[in-house]
Structure formats: C-alpha cells, structure tokens
Design a protein around this ligand. Structure first.
Ligand code: RTP
Ligand code: MG
Length: 143
C-alpha cells in the first residue's frame, strides 16, 4: 500500500463549533500523521482558487462564501492509503448519507456545511497541500 499525502481542511463550521480538537483526535486515532497545520482566514478569491475545479457549478458561490466566512484549519496528513482512508473517515459529502460514526455524520449540519474537506486523488492531495504550505513547512512526522 502506498504512503500518500492528503490535504484536510477543518472548515469554518468546525472552527465555529469548537470541534478542532475532537476532529483532530479522530484523525490521529485513525493513524494519520500531522505533517503541517495552521489557521487561515481565506478571502473569497482564495476560496475560489482552492475550489476552482467546481467553478460554474450551482453551489460554487455558496461554497466559496462559506469557505471564506471565517477561519479554517488546513492540515497536511500522511498515511498509507491516505486519500481513500481519509474520505472513509469523514463520510459522504451529504451528512445525511454519511455512514454512522463518520465525522460528517456525527458533526455536519448540511451538504454545504460539512465540517471537513479531504483531497480526492493523490495528485490533488499534493497540489492542495501546496496551495497552503511551501514544501519546507511540511515536516516528516513518523514514516
Ligand atoms: P470536499 O471537496 O469539500 O472534501 O467535499 P467532497 O469531495 O465530498 O465534495 P465535492 O463534490 O468536492 O464538493 C465540494 C464541496 O462543495 C459543497 N457542495 N455542495 N449543495 C450541493 O449540492 C453541494 N455539492 C457539493 C460541499 O460542501 C462539498 O464538500
Ligand atoms: Mg472534493
């Protein structure tokens, strides 16, 4: 199984609900290593850049308004099979469809405000980590 990097974002609703610690605890308990972490307040333009792949979709304006509505916490994570395992840990995009015990099922209010982002491919994981962190700020934490 390949060692992979994924970029998680604890979204503004996660921060507003004081769930940073709880969500990070679940992520670490699931075996992910935290390799970079910070708090940022994205501008609308920065949120549009991050989610550029969704430009033109009906939810794009709502999504980028939400992602720039307050501080969020981008986190670079590493683990074997990180991309798929992280998406399993967080659950389906719509919390009503997320499996019991997943982060979105337990904490998210709606498909728009769904607590956490996870990269959807190895290539995007590397690209998205680079959106927030220069390579020298991503540290080797465990193997
Ligand atoms: P994410 O990128 O945030 O990890 O979420 P995802 O892969 O599960 O979902 P994606 O299709 O990439 O959509 C990105 C975010 O856009 C919002 N969304 N709203 N109202 C809607 O129909 C709708 N669809 C997507 C969600 O907040 C989703 O996380
Ligand atoms: Mg996505």
């Amino acid at each position: 199984m390949a060692h992979e990097r994924t970029l998680a974002i604890l979204k503004p609703d996660c921060v507003r609900k004081d769930l940073i610690g709880e969500v990070l605890r679940r992520i670490q308990e699931a075996g992910f290593s935290v390799c970079a972490l910070k708090m940022v307040n994205m501008t609308k333009a920065e949120a549009e850049g991050f989610y550029a792949v969704h430009e033109g979709k009906p939810f794009f304006d709502e999504l980028t308004d939400f992602m720039s509505s307050g501080p969020c916490v981008p986190v670079v994570l590493e683990k074997d099979n990180a991309i798929a395992d992280f998406r399993e840990l967080i659950g389906a995009t719509n919390p009503e469809e997320a499996d019991d015990g997943t982060i979105r099922s337990d904490f998210a209010d709606s498909i728009g405000e769904n607590i956490v982002h996870g990269s959807d491919s190895v290539e995007n994981g590397l690209k998205e980590a680079g959106y927030f962190f220069p390579e020298h700020e991503i540290v080797a934490n465990k193997a």
